[in-house]
Design a protein around this ligand. Sequence first.
Ligand SMILES: C[S@@+](CC[C@H](N)C(=O)[O-])C[C@H]1O[C@@H](n2cnc3c(N)ncnc32)[C@H](O)[C@@H]1O
Length: 257
Amino acid sequence: MNAAATGLLDADRTSERIKALGPWFHNMNLNGVWTAPDHPLGDYPAMKWRRFADAIPADLSGKSVLDIGCNGGFYSIEMKRRGAAHVVGIDHDPDYLAQARFAADVLGFEIEFHQLSVYDVAQLGERFDVVIFMGVLYHLRHPLLALDLIRAHAAADMLVFQSMQRGSSDVAEFADDYPFTETGIFDRPEYPKLHFIEKRYAHDPTNWFVPNRGAAEAMLRSAGFAIEAHPEEEVYICRCGPQPEDGAVYPPRGTAR
Ligand SMILES: C[S@@+](CC[C@H](N)C(=O)[O-])C[C@H]1O[C@@H](n2cnc3c(N)ncnc32)[C@H](O)[C@@H]1O
């Protein structure tokens, strides 16, 4: 039985624990206490979730969900609220996982949380009906590898993807191939571009590669995901398509479970 149900945590004690586990990126109401009431983005991520929540099945009964980069557990918890049978959240940061475990415990949801990098997703040895990969891509030094690994080892059907985007939000059709002498296309703002950040962006040294819209969509396709819906400017609902033959190069073929 969870802490809230057993009455072990009153609002004062909840408040103390929230403070001790902070700072929080996910604003959630636990026992009447908000975890990140002064979030610079407002009531985050609830305000983002409201903009694409209808694009995900309202009833996830019997479904399995993997939330990669789960942070404080907001999306894992929302998937449980929709009845998902089995929810696993992974993050490489133990402090965020402690928040997620506490939040799930207070709200009475059974969710598995593991300290695991997206690069090691094969270690779960399981494919999930829904994979959530929100807000992580631009924090990675090897973003396409991460998408390849998710496609190769973790995704069974639906991918819910979000990335910060910068540069052009226009998309254009490009040919499958161009002659070596064609150089002008690379100057077109809507050509798929992954901006490399050598030092930091928004004071954050963990921002590495930020795609424009064309690159976000091209990378999803290249990793073997078919874009089914684009319900919010940064969010894509994808389905697994055919796996690319030259997909993930790490771990070396044959060594993954
Ligand atoms: C901007 S937050 C996004 C949190 C949440 N998914 C959301 O959309 O609100 C990025 C999260 O990704 C996690 N993260 C960054 N690199 C990771 C990696 N290599 N493997 C797993 N998680 C990672 C961070 O610890 C952090 O919790």
